[in-house]
Design a protein around this ligand. Structure first.
Ligand SMILES: *[C@@H]1O[C@H](CO)[C@@H](O)[C@H](O)[C@H]1NC(C)=O
Ligand SMILES: *[C@@H]1O[C@H](CO)[C@@H](O)[C@H](O)[C@H]1NC(C)=O
Ligand SMILES: *[C@@H]1O[C@H](CO)[C@@H](O)[C@H](O)[C@H]1NC(C)=O
Ligand SMILES: *[C@@H]1O[C@H](CO)[C@@H](O)[C@H](O)[C@H]1NC(C)=O
Ligand SMILES: *[C@@H]1O[C@H](CO)[C@@H](O)[C@H](O)[C@H]1NC(C)=O
Ligand SMILES: *[C@@H]1O[C@H](CO)[C@@H](O)[C@H](O)[C@H]1NC(C)=O
Ligand SMILES: *[C@@H]1O[C@H](CO)[C@@H](O)[C@H](O)[C@H]1NC(C)=O
Length: 409
């Protein structure tokens, strides 16, 4: 509101004769008129400002817990983009293209209990990212969030003014007019592992070099906004830890309990951040665990898993067995420690809100990397993907939450 008078021609003219009493009077009258007109045009905004200044029911976004809320069906303003219109949509997430016929999953808006989420404005975000790098680092769920972000921005960039480039683990989307990069770096365990190949990483044994991160991290050094995640690839009782390098033959391998290894890896990661991140410039985020819906029993469903689900879970506070509170507590502990060392990494606490969305997964409606057998075809649940998320869908909301943090926190 305080910008309004500057834009007004009456006021601009009056500034010229600023010593006369008449002009001061004119200024006052004009200001009142301008304000009245402005308020009528922006009645809703005015009421919102009023309710927040007067301590109304909606808190300001700065104070409110954005992660506590409910899903509201809203087929008026959602989805935020169309699957077919996103130039860089991934076949793993394009559920309509692969035959999904129920489309409710695209229309749910996240409504925090205490405030409203700001509306996602792609142009405003691109302006914020001018001459900057926004980088997602982690596994395929984080890649899904990156694809969602690219789709959210794609619609406001004309063709010819954007590009996509992949080089090994690094994928770069560029908005040329803004010199803005939106990138994804594949590092499913953050530290080095035998799963680091961005294409062929499905190996029976999982080996982690728990103290080695530099090979990956050197690609992140100059990023302005970093968004990390890492859970899915840890979900097994033990990990094979390698002291030494993958190349040399004298490395020492040892099976160690997963939570212990996870903590060591997070320590390596947080030490790296502490010494390499420019805290004056870089905004840091960690996305909490993305829940899976592999066991319908957990929500009292009739099927085997997420296959055939079309509605979210209504029960407030629903928590499935797949999400490991112990891992989340560990992340919180490591982030707290970083905070005491003067580095602020904000948690995007998306686990609870995504728990409700049992219908949001691709299920059988995605590209299959290998042809399905007759046995699989006769039992679709057996190959349903209840881990990743259809787009448009749940990850768009994670990005709306990221957006709210980038601008308001
Ligand atoms: C929105 O949802 C309502 C209620 O389910 C339905 O009647 C209407 O056709 C939907 N509109 C669109 C555009 O999908
Ligand atoms: C989106 O942001 C741009 C740039 O800040 C602004 O000009 C435009 O009015 C915004 N659009 C909406 C619908 O708020
Ligand atoms: C373009 O953005 C990069 C960061 O991605 C930055 O290093 C570079 O200085 C920018 N170029 C200009 C001309 O500002
Ligand atoms: C790909 O990345 C490597 C290593 O970071 C670099 O040396 C090479 O120039 C890059 N290639 C392209 C085509 O960008
Ligand atoms: C960060 O900002 C502080 C205070 O403005 C300044 O003293 C410090 O040198 C800056 N650090 C870097 C790495 O730019
Ligand atoms: C979920 O976990 C709890 C505690 O481990 C267990 O008692 C319960 O049977 C599990 N439920 C399902 C459906 O697996
Ligand atoms: C994240 O959300 C969960 C469940 O809603 C809550 O128990 C936990 O304390 C939250 N963590 C943080 C760091 O806000």
């Amino acid at each position: 509101m305080d910008q309004m008078p500057k834009k007004n021609p009456i006021l601009a003219a009056t500034w010229g004769i600023r010593n006369s009493f008449r002009s001061i009077l004119a200024l006052l009258v004009a200001a009142i008129v301008v304000r009245a007109v402005y308020l009528t045009q922006n009645g809703a905004q005015f009421l919102e400002d009023l309710s927040s200044t007067m301590g109304g029911s909606k808190d300001s976004i700065h104070k409110c817990n954005l992660f506590s809320g409910q899903w509201v069906f809203d087929n008026h303003s959602y989805p935020l983009y169309k699957e077919k219109e996103c130039t860089f949509m991934s076949d793993q997430l394009a559920c309509e293209k692969f035959g999904r016929k129920d489309f409710g999953y695209r229309n749910w808006r996240w409504q925090p209990h205490q405030c409203d989420l700001p509306r996602f404005n792609a142009t405003a975000l691109l302006e914020r990212l001018r001459n900057k790098r926004l980088m997602f680092v982690g596994d395929s769920l984080n890649r899904g969030q990156w694809v969602s972000m690219v789709c959210l921005l794609d619609s406001v960039i004309l063709s010819g003014f954007k590009s996509m480039h992949s080089n090994g683990s690094l994928n770069t989307f560029k908005a040329h007019e803004y010199n803005a990069s939106i990138e994804f770096y594949w590092a499913p365990l953050l530290v080095e592992s035998n799963n680091d190949n961005p294409v062929s990483h499905r190996l029976p044994e999982r080996v982690v070099r728990v103290q080695a991160i530099e090979k990956h991290a050197r690609h992140w050094t100059d990023a302005d906004i970093l968004v990390f995640n890492s859970y899915l690839w840890w979900k097994r009782p033990k990990m094979n830890v390698l002291w030494g390098s993958f190349e040399s033959s004298d490395g020492i391998y040892k099976d160690v309990e997963m939570l212990r290894v996870y903590e060591m890896a997070l320590k390596t990661w947080s030490d790296w951040l502490e010494f390499h991140v420019n805290r004056n410039k870089t905004q840091l985020f960690f996305v909490s665990m993305s829940p899976t819906h592999q066991t319908a029993e957990e929500w009292g469903g009739s099927g085997e898993n997420c296959y055939t689900e079309t509605e979210p879970i209504i029960e407030e506070g629903y928590w499935g067995n797949g999400s490991e509170p112990k891992m989340m507590r560990l992340v919180e502990k490591v982030l707290d420690e970083l905070n005491t060392r003067g580095l602020n990494v904000q948690m995007l606490n998306i686990t609870q809100l995504s728990e409700y969305r049992k219908e949001g997964h691709p299920s059988i409606y995605r590209k299959q990397w290998e042809p399905l057998t007759n046995e699989q075809l006769s039992n679709p649940s057996s190959y349903a993907d209840c881990i990743h998320w259809c787009l448009p869908g749940v990850p768009d909301v994670w990005n709306e939450l990221l957006y709210a943090h980038i601008f308001h926190r």
